[in-house]
Ligand binder design. Structure first.
Ligand code: NAD
Length: 400
């Protein structure tokens, strides 16, 4: 089996998820490539200890990302650092010749995202993708196959969202994800939005205009050391998008919700697609259940399919068994390595988010900010800040 030697920059929550996926790579019996972590970097070195304790393959530990990128034995990097560092770190990695899986939102704002895409365009041999794992859940893979088959007929309406609730507690201390300086002006939209857009964008459903309503519900939070500080990010957002399905040229409404204060919702991703021939509904609240309504005349009946461990990349877990968050992370990493090896994704919906899809998300989110600020519908400029040929690494024509 071929080995890709990885450097990890950012040893926080997502960095540990990556390492855990590497540790159980044997879960994927048909993979032809495996990752090995040889170098780790974190601003504070004590966070690297867990990695050194569990991964004897690590030969370099540093608090300077430039040292890691200068390491010739590192072939690829995963960078999971706060959003304000994305552009600097991602561009440095690409310029150092390292393949990259970067985290969403892939740049703190539109100019940062454009800088990353410009850098990618200048280095077409470097493979770059963005992390977003929900597309790999079994029900969404099945929905992807239905989209590929044109099974929905004319799309009537799409609703997608990501809902959290822990911020309902005003005493929850602030962290970098609740500050504009480190999280960005999009607030919750930037943090949760790429996950929400992943399936619609891959389906080619393009928002033409957006009317957004954003709320900052808890404007101050404890600083964790006895005081209160401003919490200046948007907590909740609803985006109403006039969207075109390129398969039919028809328009349909798409409603996207990113909410940090959705009472009772711990970490709920949902997608509901209504079509003239098929309708589908999925929520991580009930992760095994895919609801489908297939209509060919006669009664209109919503049915429920129990989805087990039906993964894009074969797993040793029996097909009837449940799946979880860490399984999706493992699948996403399988997709990254598989596409790096073969030059094309396993299927349209079994590939990681592409750079040009992050650019489309930034154009949508930027228009959403303008819409809210001016209380009006904003047209989305499809070509704003879009460098030519960005993210086209080895992409076959049928996937572009
Ligand atoms: N895909 C997902 O589901 C998902 C979930 C959560 C977060 N994220 C994204 O992952 C990224 C990281 O989020 P997280 O939750 O892991 O955050 P985190 O705060 O847990 O980890 C970030 C790490 O980066 C380190 N760091 C900060 N500045 C650094 C520097 N200059 N050099 C080296 N290391 C530095 C911090 O010390 C910390 O260990 C963010 O972009 C976030 O949007 C993705």
């Amino acid at each position: 089996m071929k080995t890709i030697r990885f450097g990890l920059i950012g040893c926080g929550m997502m960095g540990r998820e990556f390492a855990s996926a590497v540790a159980r790579w044997c879960h994927l019996p048909e993979m032809e490539t495996k990752p090995e972590i040889v170098a780790v970097c974190n601003r504070t070195l004590q966070k690297t200890k867990w990695f050194s304790d569990h991964f004897p393959t690590i030969r370099q530990v540093t608090d300077d990302y430039r040292e890691l990128l200068a390491n010739p034995s590192v072939e690829a990097v995963y960078i999971a650092v706060p959003n304000h560092l994305h552009a600097e770190f991602y561009c440095a990695a690409i310029e150092a010749g390292k393949h990259l899986l970067g985290e969403k939102p892939f740049g703190i704002d539109l100019p940062a995202n454009a800088a990353i895409l410009d850098c990618i365009a200048r280095h077409p041999d470097i493979f770059v993708r963005c992390s977003s794992q929900f597309i790999f859940s079994p029900a969404l893979q099945r929905i992807g196959k239905l989209i590929d088959a044109g099974a929905f007929g004319r799309i009537l309406e799409v609703e997608a969202g990501f809902l959290h609730s822990s911020d309902l507690d005003p005493q929850k201390p602030i962290n970098w994800k609740r500050r504009v300086a480190s999280n960005g002006v999009y607030g919750c939209v930037g943090d949760l939005g790429m996950h929400i857009c992943a399936i619609p964008f891959r389906a080619g459903w393009k928002p033409q205009t957006v009317r957004a309503i954003l709320s900052n519900i808890v404007p101050v939070r404890p600083d964790g050391i006895g005081g209160m500080v401003p919490c200046d990010t948007w907590d909740n957002a609803t985006l109403f998008c006039d969207t075109v399905d390129p398969a039919s040229g028809e328009r349909f409404p798409m409603t996207l919700k990113a909410q940090r204060i959705a009472p009772g919702e711990k970490n709920t991703y949902y997608l509901r697609i209504l079509g003239t021939r098929t309708s589908a509904s999925f929520s991580t609240k009930n992760p095994k259940c895919l609801e489908l309504l297939e209509y060919a005349g006669g009664e209109q009946v919503w049915g429920r399919i129990e989805m087990g461990q039906e993964m894009a990349f074969a797993s040793i877990t029996g097909g009837i068994f449940e799946w979880g968050f860490s399984d999706l992370i493992l699948q996403m990493w399988a997709a990254f390595l598989d596409e790096l090896e073969h030059g094309r994704p396993l299927s349209r919906f079994a590939g990681c988010v592409r750079p040009e899809e992050t650019a489309a998300s930034h154009r949508l989110f930027t228009a959403a900010l303008e819409s809210h600020a001016e209380s009006r519908v904003v047209k989305i400029d499809e070509h704003a800040n879009q460098p030519a040929a960005a993210g086209q690494h080895n992409l076959p024509a049928d996937f572009k």
